[in-house]
Write a protein that binds this ligand. Structure first.
Ligand code: GDP
Ligand code: MN
Length: 393
C-alpha cells in the first residue's frame, strides 16, 4: 500500500527526520491561507498523488505570492496528472500540500528497500539527488552507495556515519545525517514498510538537512497489525479495477491491453501474458484466482475482468493441481449465465478432473471456444479478439 507525501512526512517527523513546515489544502483559498500560516516569502504547492516525478508533470510549483499559489492550486486540483510513473490513465489530484520553500544547496537521494537477494533491508544513497534513481543508476552509477543492515543488530550508528561520509557531507551536518538515517530505518522496520524514499534529501544554505520529498509503501500482508497505517489508505489513488479485485481477495493487476485473463498461479499468469503478446495481442490484466477456486470465486473473477471496459476478449487458462477443472468449468458457466459475458471467451483446462471440466463446458450449450494447449489458447484468444475488432470496424 502506498501513502501520500504529506503522510510519509508526518510519520518521518515522528522519527526525528526534519521536514519543512507545511499544511494540507483542498481549495485555492485554503492553499493561500496555509501559506500565510506558514509564513515566509516563498512556498511550494505540491500535488498529492501516489506518484513521483510530479515536478516534470506540473504537479510541483514554486510560488512567491497569494496569486501564484491560488493559480497553482487551481491548475492542479481536480486534474488527472500523468507522470512517468502513473501510466496513461494518470492520477486525480484532490489534495495539495503547501510548504515553505527551501534554499537548496545540495540534493541527495536516499532510499530504503528490501533486497530480495540479500534478504535484508538495503540502504541506497547517492549525492546526485533530484533525479529518479533509475536515471542516477544510468548516468552516475558510481555515485550510488549501497549498505545492507544486519537484522540481528539493526542499523548501527557507525554504518549511518559511513554513509554520511560517503555522501561527502560536511562535518557540521554528519550528526543530523546519522539521526535521519537511524530514524528512517526505525520507521521502516517498526511500521512494516516495504519502501521508503527521500528524494531529494536536501542540505540548505543555512546548513539544515531536510526531507523535501518522501514516499513510503507498506507490506500489504502486515497491514492487519498496523491499523494506524491502513487508515492512511486512499482508494481514490488506486486503479479501481485493482481495488474491486483486492476487496474480494483476488490478486489482480490492471494493464492497458484488450484481452482479459483469468488464470491460476502467478507463474502461469506471467507465461500466459507472454503467449498473448507473442500471438500479437495485449493482456488487459493479470489475475491469479489462486488454488482451490470455487465456482463462486471464478464467477467473481469474471466480474472483476468485465469491470474493465477495455476488455474485448477473455482467456481462461487453468492448470489444475490443487484446483479442479470441473469447479472452474462450473464457475465459467455460472459466470456466463449470471454475470453475462458479452465478449468472446476462450477456455483452456488441464489437470485434475479435466475430462469432467470439458464435459461441463461442452454440455452447457454456451458459446465457449475451447483450447488444449497454452499456445493454442493464446492464438485463439487473439484471433477471436481480432475478429471482433474487425467486425466493429
Ligand atoms: P517529485 O517530482 O514528485 O519527485 O517531487 P519533489 O517533491 O521531489 O519535487 C521535485 C523537485 O522540485 C525537487 O527535486 C526540487 O528540485 C524542487 N523543489 C521542491 N521543493 C522545493 C523547495 O522548497 N525549494 C526549491 N528551490 N526547490 C524545490
Ligand atoms: Mn521527488
Amino acid at each position: 500500500m502506498d501513502i501520500h507525501e504529506y503522510q510519509a512526512k508526518e510519520i518521518l517527523a515522528r522519527y526525528n527526520v526534519e521536514v519543512p513546515r507545511g499544511g494540507l489544502a483542498y481549495s485555492p483559498e485554503q492553499a493561500a491561507y496555509r501559506a500565510s500560516e506558514i509564513g515566509g516569502s516563498r512556498w511550494v504547492v505540491k500535488a498529492q498523488i501516489h506518484s513521483g516525478a510530479r515536478g516534470k508533470a506540473g504537479g510541483i510549483r514554486l510560488c512567491a505570492n497569494d496569486k501564484e499559489i491560488s493559480e497553482a492550486a487551481e491548475f492542479m486540483l481536480g486534474r488527472k496528472l500523468v507522470t512517468a510513473q502513473t501510466g496513461p490513465r494518470g492520477k486525480l489530484v484532490s489534495r495539495l500540500y503547501v510548504e515553505e520553500a527551501m534554499d537548496i544547496q545540495r540534493e541527495i537521494y536516499l532510499g530504503f528497500v528490501l533486497d530480495r537477494k540479500e534478504e535484508r533491508v538495503m540502504i541506497v544513497a547517492s549525492g546526485s539527488g533530484g533525479m529518479e534513481i533509475e536515471e542516477i543508476a544510468e548516468r552516475e552509477p558510481d555515485s550510488i552507495i549501497r549498505a545492507v543492515v544486519d537484522p540481528g543488530t539493526g542499523m548501527m550508528e557507525f554504518q549511518a556515519r559511513e554513509i554520511a561520509f560517503g555522501l561527502g557531507l560536511d562535518n557540521a551536518i554528519i550528526g543530523k545525517a546519522v539521526q535521519t538515517l537511524m530514524g528512517c530505518y526505525r520507521a521502516f522496520r517498526e511500521l512494516d514498510a516495504s519502501m521508503l524514499e527521500i528524494n531529494p534529501l536536501v542540505v540548505t544554505r543555512d546548513g539544515r538537512l531536510l526531507a523535501l520529498d518522501a514516499k513510503m509503501s507498506f507490506d500489504d500482508n502486515a497491514l492487519f497489525r498496523r491499523p494506524q497505517i491502513s487508515e492512511l489508505r486512499d482508494k481514490s489513488q488506486e486503479d479501481p479495477r485493482e481495488t474491486f479485485a483486492s476487496d474480494r481477495g483476488l490478486s489482480y493487476v490492471g494493464l492497458d491491453g484488450r484481452i482479459g485473463c483469468i488464470i491460476n498461479g502467478a507463474g502461469l499468469a506471467m507465461a500466459t501474458m507472454d503467449m498473448i503478446k507473442i500471438a500479437g495481442g495485449e493482456p488487459a490484466n493479470f489475475l491469479d484466482i489462486g488454488g482451490g477456486a470455487s465456482p463462486e470465486r471464478v464467477a467473481k473473477s469474471f466480474r472483476a475482468v468485465l469491470g474493465d471496459k477495455n476488455v474485448e476478449t477473455i482467456l481462461v487458462n487453468i492448470f489444475a493441481g490443487i484446483n479442479r477443472c470441473d469447479w472452474v468449468a462450473e464457475g465459467v458457466v455460472k459466470a456466463i449465465r449470471e454475470v453475462g459475458v458479452p465478449v468472446p471467451l476462450v477456455v483452456r483446462l488441464a489437470g485434475t478432473n479435466v475430462e469432467e471440466g470439458r464435459r461441463i463446458l461442452a454440455e452447457s450449450g454456451e458459446q465457449i471456444i475451447v483450447a488444449e494447449t497454452l499456445a493454442e489458447a493464446a492464438e485463439k484468444a487473439v484471433a477471436a479478439w481480432k475478429s471482433v475488432t474487425r467486425a466493429a470496424a
